[in-house]
Write a protein that binds this ligand. Structure first.
Ligand code: NAP
Length: 245
């Protein structure tokens, strides 16, 4: 993987940041694309200093078509090619259906699903030229089991799983694999904000009796990003401590 280039969206913290660090550890040049410019640039500098790879920190709201175009243009300007795209940026805006506002539905679908569509559309143009690519979409266990209060989020993640399979079929002939990782309950800022009672109930559903950490998820992402994983496409790897099997 040394010398390859990876774009990881939403990577200035959480699962995305750990994934960027793990890729950098393997000598991959990483692009930290995040909605906040300052923290994206800071994370990119930090990773460059720690792992001695080239990095780029860039402001990119994945739901904005122009931001996504600039993200890919700047990446190509600096690195000339892109081998790996991790569609990781995601948000929650939880509410029961009856109370869910249009804006909450739109924001989650636009970032979690349309964002991955926009980034993948740019990525395949570049990857098709080199006849190689690894696209990894970060879905969620709730795409498979549902979750009250997350009609928008679970629909976005189920859409991502279906998109993974379709893109895997569309781009297999170009040497591009497209897979998904579906985390369960992972300790990040996204889950820190949940009430303690909800966390206790969640823990009861996990046979391995612990919440996951960002490293658990990054390990699966790295596996799918490896050149040696080239015969795996259209698949979902579940990283959930056994809460869904
Ligand atoms: P996180 O800690 O909240 O990190 C998400 C990152 O995405 C943040 O850096 C955030 O930036 C960024 N982001 C938000 N909106 C964006 C946008 N429009 N464009 C670009 N970047 C944006 O979340 P996480 O827990 O690491 O989650 C990462 C992925 O895993 C998400 O897709 C999530 O749905 C999925 N996942 C997480 C869990 C879990 O239990 N944590 C479970 C299943 C799936 P700011 O910090 O500036 O907001």
């Amino acid at each position: 993987m040394k010398g390859q280039t990876a774009i990881i969206t939403g990577s200035s913290r959480g699962i995305g940041k750990t994934t960027a660090e793990e890729l950098a550890k393997k000598g991959v040049n990483v692009v930290i694309a995040d909605i906040d410019e300052t923290i994206a640039k800071n994370a990119a500098e930090e990773i460059k200093a720690q792992f001695r790879v080239e990095t780029l920190g860039i402001k990119a709201d994945v739901s904005d078509v122009n931001d996504v175009k600039v993200l890919f243009e700047e990446t190509i300007k600096k690195f000339e090619k892109i081998e790996i795209l991790v569609n990781n940026a995601g948000i929650t805006k939880d509410n029961l259906l009856i109370r869910m506002k249009d804006e909450e539905w739109d924001a989650v679908l636009n970032i979690n699903l349309k964002g991955a569509f926009l980034c993948s559309r740019e990525a395949v143009k570049v990857m098709s030229k080199i006849k190689y690519g690894r696209i990894i979409n970060i879905a969620s266990v709730v795409a498979f089991i549902g979750n009250p209060g997350q009609v928008n989020y679970s629909a976005s993640k189920a859409g991502l799983v279906a998109m993974t399979k379709t893109l895997a079929k569309e781009y297999a002939s170009r040497g591009i694999t497209v897979n998904a990782v579906a985390p369960g309950f992972i300790q990040t800022a996204m889950t820190d904000k949940l009430p303690e009672k909800v966390k206790e109930e969640m823990l009861k559903m996990i046979p391995l009796s612990r919440f996951g950490n960002t490293q658990d998820v990054a390990n699966a992402i790295i596996f799918l990003a490896l050149p040696e994983s080239g015969y795996i496409t259209g698949q979902v790897i579940h990283v959930n401590g056994g809460m869904y099997m």
